[in-house]
Write a protein that binds this ligand. Structure first.
Ligand code: G16
Length: 504
């Protein structure tokens, strides 16, 4: 039987609820887990086609990341470990929404448009997070891949960055690293140990880190990584999933949005103890600490990007390397961080729409592109040119010790960073900083912002949850809170808000 007919027949075992429409959003599909079986099967089919098209291994991660435990979702990973290219996001949406009768022709359509040779071999790597629904849903992905004749490597429980890494390793034939969990831990821990050995002033108390595993996959993997770190980093794990619920009152999103530590023991961490929180698939991290007055201090993505780019810039200067370094942010970046980077650090700053895929793309344009969303999602990218210049300097017998030392630290940093890479009523423009529809909403926001000093606000539809996000900043916390509430009310009234009115 023809492969496509077989796929279409098999898809009856993964029936699509009639009329259900879903969209490939900011970082893939995301909704309540009970609506996703057909999507998973079909994305198994699509990943196999994408693999044939690119003649490379493709990744499929089953996760709903920071969303509640009852949700699930899927992220497609392209050959170099980046998010799938936007034109294929469109195919993903078409395929997910095709009714059973037209599934075969929807597949044919993609094969023709992309001139895919169905006799090519195909290879798909699959991973999943710890949600109760993830195992069943990842089985649906595997069914989809195997019925189109794709080869499968099922990594089971892994973090999203780990699966990105595996895909990149496979497609670079091992140049990036070995495509096993052990390979991942060894590459990262060796670079970390080297970096901390070379860095001056790395004291014993800096080796301690309190980790909130969000009751998810990050907790499991931290335990595995720890063994390779030779006590250079001593992690104390909280929210390890032994009793709490995934992302519930803990995790990076909770900490960032609530601006407070996760509930439980970490609330009362001793002053200045360094703490961090992962999200549900461990591709976001935020740091924080309590000071001696008990006040909470958050080091979110803005702060992380500022620290990393400052560090890299210092090393570039010490090494005498003339490489262009830039920071990519989104509209959520705090205005003062942008100002500091541009005016004080003299670093180029560019702004893109929310979604790692947009930031990643923008960061690739520079010799070194550091990107972080304020929510803690990000990395630093080094161009081939940058990597080469740094490696040459490390090997050059004629450079001073100081330059060589800085180059070595840059090299360790490259190895440590995993460089791989993520309502409809409101439409936005200018990197999502201005609302275009509904008419009049932006004027109202502008008028509200004018009432406060150093204020900014914007709204955008979430691409991962069924809600509109409201961002507000101002000189004082009180003004920011009031502004956020006023903007929420404007959205509620002008964009047809449902349910209870936003409360202050
Ligand atoms: C995903 C994306 C991020 C984005 C976040 C929230 O993160 O990868 O780039 O910031 O969703 O998106 P939205 O505001 O559109 O809901 P994660 O960690 O949930 O996969």
């Amino acid at each position: 039987m023809d492969q496509l007919e077989k796929a279409s027949q098999k898809s009856m075992l993964h029936p699509k609820p009639k009329g259900l429409m879903l969209q490939y959003g900011t970082a893939g599909f995301r909704t309540t887990a009970k609506h996703l079986d057909h999507v998973m099967f079909r994305m198994g089919l699509l990943a196999t086609l994408r693999s044939r098209k690119t003649k490379s291994t493709i990744g499929v991660m089953v996760t709903a990341s920071h969303n509640p435990e009852e949700d699930n979702g899927l992220k497609l990973i392209d050959p170099m470990g980046e998010m799938v290219t936007p034109s294929w996001e469109g195919y993903a949406t078409q395929l997910a929404n095709a009714e059973q009768e037209v599934l075969c022709s929807a597949l044919k359509d993609i094969i023709e448009k992309e001139t895919i040779n169905m006799s090519e071999t195909a290879s798909v790597f699959v991973g999943r997070d710890t949600r109760p629904s993830s195992q069943r849903l990842s089985q649906a992905v595997l069914d989809g891949v195997s019925c189109l004749g794709g080869q499968i490597q099922d990594y089971g429980l892994v973090t999203t960055p780990q699966l990105h890494y595996m895909v990149r390793c496979r497609n670079t034939h091992g140049c990036y690293g070995t495509d096993t969990l052990q390979g991942y831990y060894q590459k990262l821990s060796q670079a970390f140990i080297e970096l901390t050995k070379n860095a001056r002033n790395h004291t014993d108390d800096q080796k301690r880190l309190l980790v909130d595993g969000a009751n998810g996959i990050g907790a499991l993997k931290v335990r595995e990584l720890e063994a390779c770190l030779q006590s250079e980093l001593q992690m104390v794990l909280f929210n390890d999933g032994s009793n709490g619920k995934l992302n519930y009152l803990c995790g990076a999103d909770y900490v960032k949005v609530q601006q407070k530590p996760p509930q439980g023991q970490l609330e009362y961490s001793p002053w200045c103890e360094r703490c961090c929180s992962f999200d549900g698939d461990a591709d976001r991290i935020v740091y924080y600490y309590n000071d001696s007055d008990g006040s909470f201090h958050l080091l979110d993505g803005d702060k992380i990007a500022t620290l990393i780019s400052t560090y890299l810039k210092e090393l570039l200067t010490q090494a005498g390397l003339n490489l262009q370094i830039a920071v990519v942010q989104t509209a959520y970046a705090n205005g003062s961080s942008t100002q500091y980077l541009e005016d004080i650090m003299k670093v180029t700053v560019s702004c893109t729409k929310t979604g790692v895929k947009h930031l990643h793309h923008a960061a690739q344009k520079f010799d070194i592109g550091v990107y972080f969303e304020a929510n803690g999602h990000g990395t630093a990218l080094f161009s081939e040119k940058a990597e080469k210049e740094i490696q040459q300097l490390v090997k050059d017998p004629n450079v001073s010790d100081e330059k060589k030392h800085a180059a070595k630290l840059l090299e360790n940093t490259i190895n440590l960073i995993n460089q791989v890479a993520d309502r409809r009523m409101i439409d936005t423009a200018d990197a999502e900083r201005r609302a275009v529809t509904p008419a009049g909403l932006q004027d109202s926001i502008d008028a509200l912002v004018k009432k406060y000093t150093k204020a900014r606000a914007f709204v955008r539809p979430s691409g991962t949850e069924d809600l509109v996000r409201v961002y507000a900043e101002a000189e004082t916390q009180e003004s920011a809170d009031v502004l956020a509430h006023e903007v929420s009310l404007a959205v509620y009234h002008m964009a047809g808000g449902v349910g209870e009115k936003p409360k202050p």
